[in-house]
Design a protein around this ligand. Structure first.
Ligand SMILES: Cc1cc2nc3c(=O)[nH]c(=O)nc-3n(C[C@H](O)[C@H](O)[C@H](O)COP(=O)(O)OP(=O)(O)OC[C@H]3O[C@@H](n4cnc5c(N)ncnc54)[C@H](O)[C@@H]3O)c2cc1C
Length: 494
């Protein structure tokens, strides 16, 4: 994985940088190798890089001071929440500050009248729901990593979860953001109200993967818990039939609270891990959750059972208690760590396809397994068409990491080929950076980079992520290669 070459001038000025950072963030600067080691990677553990320095500010003013110093000294900044990201977005740079937001972890305001909660970015996703649970409210987007991931990271990745089919992803559930620009300016977008004036910059910042600004405060919308929620476990003797059932449920006008699918390897791994009660004699399993008033839920469950049986379901089990419903979900939510027990390493991919393309994509993945000699376990948000193939490999076996990367790229290209996109919720980061050309044309990418330039003209915020080429802002749209003489040869092209 190629990253921007470290800037020798910045490396040489480390002592001066540390002195300025220590003055701006007293007690929050980590510069010893052993103490920086925990920050060298994120959820994409195949890649590691020690940062130049780690800074842990305690408030927004300190974040702004760090950004100002970085801009003045021409030093790169990589924001980091909990480091659970799966596309390498928080991978440090050898000549960059790793800016950890974990100390900004206070819930600032709970406003039930406006159904809004304002938090600092280091608050975990789950902590928001826990803070309002006693009054019957919750925060809807629920990534499986919700116990650890931060709301700042969720905003940066536009994270989703099993309940986003009905309730929307992060972008649909945040009302306001405070963020710090690389110049150290503190800006606010939105508030406790629904729409914001002017351009929809919240939409721009959400999912911007730390490339446009550092999120320092988030106001989220909270929802009242549904009166009832029940889940149905539906087993099939083929993934194609499960895929057809997903399409048929949506086509019948039913939007389940969540609709997830697991294939045989994932079902067995999850069941071995925590006995969720999954059937082991099926090739594919759907978990369909219906929520709302009890009478409506009863009616919808009967409809889902009818549709499933019409599509040749071999088993159908409805949760009979809240404990059983939670057990159904516990298996799905623990599927990633469960797969980690059956393979020394796995690479989790994240692509999105039109729902109707599910059977063909699953079939082609079986071909990839044969072609590359690696197994694939599938766990995905079936209702959204958001796939999470887990490619199993052993990094200690020569060539397996490279083979896994090739399978991953083949799967993502397939997603684009069938009319889908490179990412559903894990972001582009470094993982899918070099595939962006498969999704976007040159003009598209140039336009997106111009937007980046408007926020960060010197490319100091998280460079080397998302965009397959680093451009100087002045160069955008003007690159002509004449007789093989590449302009700006010093700028890395990945
Ligand atoms: C077991 C497991 C399950 C997962 N399940 C899901 C899932 O169901 N759905 C899902 O969407 N994701 C899932 N993820 C991925 C991950 O948890 C999310 O992407 C999450 O939002 C990352 O949050 P974080 O705090 O760990 O961010 P980090 O990993 O620290 O950072 C992620 C990105 O956000 C940027 N960033 C972080 N904080 C800020 C900030 N305050 N301001 C600006 N930029 C910032 C970083 O630079 C980086 O680019 C899963 C991960 C794991 C390990």
């Amino acid at each position: 994985m190629r990253m921007p070459e470290p800037d020798a001038r910045v490396l040489a000025s480390r002592a001066a940088l540390l002195a300025r950072l220590r003055e701006a963030v007293p007690g929050g600067v980590i510069a010893e190798d052993s103490a920086m080691r925990p920050f060298e990677t994120d959820g994409l553990t195949a890649y590691r890089q020690m940062p130049l320095v780690v800074v842990l500010p305690s408030d927004t003013q300190q974040v702004a001071a760090v950004c100002r110093i970085a801009r003045e000294m021409g030093v790169k900044v990589v924001p980091r929440g909990a480091g659970t990201g799966l596309s390498g977005g928080a991978l440090p740079l050898a000549d960059g500050i790793l800016l950890g937001l974990s100390k900004l972890n206070r819930i600032l305001d709970i406003d039930y009248d406006n159904r809004a909660v304002t938090v600092q970015p280091g608050v975990t996703n789950l902590a928001i729901s826990q803070a309002v649970a006693s009054r019957g409210f919750y925060y809807a987007p629920d990534p499986s990593s919700q116990i650890a991931c931060t709301i700042g990271g969720n905003v940066a990745e536009n994270s989703g979860g099993v309940h986003c089919l009905k309730y929307g992803v992060t972008a649909n559930n945040i009302l306001g953001i405070e963020f710090v620009t690389i110049d150290g300016d503190i800006l606010r977008l939105g508030g406790k109200h629904l729409d914001s004036e002017g351009y929809d910059l919240m939409g721009v910042l959400t999912g911007s993967e730390g490339l446009l600004g550092v999120v320092t405060e988030v106001t989220v919308r909270i929802l009242q818990k549904p009166e009832t929620a029940r889940a149905v476990l539906v087993g099939f003797d083929s993934s194609e039939k499960a895929g057809d059932t997903v399409a048929a449920i949506i086509a019948a006008g039913i939007i389940p609270g969540g609709m997830e699918m697991m294939d045989k390897p994932a079902i067995h791994a999850a069941e071995d891990f925590l006995n969720a009660g999954y059937p082991l004699d099926v090739e594919a399993l759907l978990i369909v959750e219906l929520d709302g008033p009890a009478a409506e839920v009863d009616h919808l469950i009967a409809e889902v059972e009818r549709i499933a049986l019409a599509n040749d379901a071999v088993s159908c089990r409805v949760s009979q208690s809240e404990e059983e419903r939670l057990a159904f979900w516990a298996g799905r939510k623990a599927a990633f760590p469960a797969v980690g027990r059956i393979s020394p390493d796995y690479m989790c991919m994240d692509g999105t396809i039109p729902r109707k393309a599910l059977p063909i994509v699953l079939r082609r993945m079986q071909d990839f397994e044969k072609e590359y000699g690696l197994k694939i376990a599938n766990v995905f948000h079936a209702g959204d068409g958001n796939l999470h193939p887990l490619i199993l490999f052993d990094a200690n076996q020569e060539g397996q990491l490279e083979a896994a990367e090739k399978v991953g790229a083949a799967i993502l290209k397939l997603c684009v080929e069938v009319g889908g996109v490179l990412t559903g919720e894990h972001g582009v980061g470094i993982e899918k950076r070099d595939l962006m050309d498969d999704q976007f044309g040159e003009a598209d990418l140039a336009q997106q980079m111009r937007l980046k330039c408007a926020f960060d003209p010197d490319h100091l915020l998280n460079p080397g992520k998302v965009f397959p080429q680093l451009h100087r802002c002045a160069e955008l749209g003007k690159m002509v290669v004449h007789k093989g003489n590449l302009p700006f040869p010093d700028i890395p092209r990945f």
